[in-house]
Ligand binder design. Structure first.
Ligand code: TRP
Length: 336
């Protein structure tokens, strides 16, 4: 008999935009994993509440992210919205009571994000939700009994905590109920800001530091043209900015152009304008296809809403089953 297909789960917070750093670093991989695994991908709006957020934008950001994910090839039937599946938050309460306070206190992301909140000024405050966020993440993962969780290295500590919660739960109930989810570290390109290649591409650093995957052609070309190329160059060594353009070209799978430009670099004949042009061409080709797909999708937003509510309801069935079993195992009431 053939082995059952393994489950992959990952989630993303709704921020309403997507840049080439997110796409090449994570989402492109989500798309290809769909070919070999049962994939469950969440838009985690409850997680987005852990940092100061705008109640007027939250729901819209979730929809925008869904359009974006669908436009790049995430299948709608694999997508759910966290707040449409209340079992996540219910399980996270239960997990709070299986999570060691000491362990949760050691999460470095809480310390980093807490510092960010503080620096934003007196209006903001550090919520208990921010502290507790990794427990909700554990619920996201374990509720679907995920085998693999594709995330960046910054999430390793959270995955470790999820396993600790699963272990503690299994120990208390005296049964290997939850399987241990594994982090799936796929080699993905780490794209840098073209304006400052010492930083990673990110929205928080400001407009110059990211390229939207749906950017219109003229602005995209301008951003690539003004990429910093020669800062930090040592004799005979490739500068970070040039390496980043090569990385982008490779990420776009333009290997022929990439290899021939690398040859020129090695021979000392590379003109940066040529490298920039090839990179811009490759990115424009991708973004044009994304824009077209996104336009198709957003032409009927009602259909998308219906589709996502359906898929969330379908995915919810699995979450309900797990929660029912969990409650049974630990002595809580189940309505039947
Ligand atoms: N913590 C993740 C991030 O900030 C988002 C996330 C929430 C997540 N729940 C998850 C990732 C479950 C993987 C699995 O990027």
């Amino acid at each position: 008999m053939s082995q059952p297909t393994k489950t992959v789960l990952s989630c993303i917070q709704p921020t309403g935009y997507m840049h080439f750093g997110n796409y090449f670093g994570a989402i492109k991989n989500w798309v290809s994993l769909q070919e070999s695994y049962d994939c469950v991908y969440g838009v985690v709006d409850y997680h987005a509440m852990t940092m100061p957020f705008d109640i007027k934008k939250l729901r819209n950001n979730s929809w925008e992210l869904i359009y974006n994910l669908m436009a790049v090839g995430v299948k709608p039937e694999n997508l759910f919205v966290q707040s449409l599946i209340p079992e996540h938050t219910e399980l996270s309460w239960i997990f709070n009571c299986f999570c060691s306070y000491g362990h949760l206190s050691r999460m470095t992301q809480f310390k980093d994000k807490g510092k960010d909140v503080k620096e934003k000024g007196a209006e903001s405050f550090i919520s208990a939700g921010l502290f507790d966020y990794p427990v909700l993440q554990a619920a996201d993962i374990l509720i679907y009994k995920a085998d693999f969780v594709p995330v960046g290295k910054d999430q390793d500590q959270h995955l470790e905590l999820s396993r600790a919660i699963a272990q503690r739960f299994n120990h208390v109930v005296g049964k290997e109920y939850f399987k241990m989810p594994e982090t799936l570290h796929t080699e993905t390109p780490k794209i840098k800001s073209t304006a400052d290649p010492s930083k990673k591409m990110s929205k928080s650093a400001g407009e110059k530091h990211y390229i939207n995957i749906f950017e219109e052609e003229a602005r995209l070309r301008k951003q690539v043209k003004s990429a910093v190329t020669d800062v930090g160059r040592e004799e005979g060594k490739m500068s970070d900015g040039v390496a980043n353009l090569f990385e982008l070209l490779k990420a776009c799978e333009k290997m022929e152009a990439h290899d021939s430009l690398v040859d020129s670099f090695n021979q000392g004949t590379l003109k940066y304008v040529d490298l920039k042009e090839a990179t811009a061409d490759a990115l424009v080709e991708l973004s044009q296809a994304f824009i077209e797909k996104r336009n198709e999708i957003t032409a009927d937003k009602r259909a998308v809403k219906y589709q996502i509510k359906q898929s969330s309801a379908e995915i919810r069935k699995k979450a309900q089953e797990t929660l029912r079993e969990v409650k049974e195992l630990i002595g809580l009431m189940n309505v039947k």
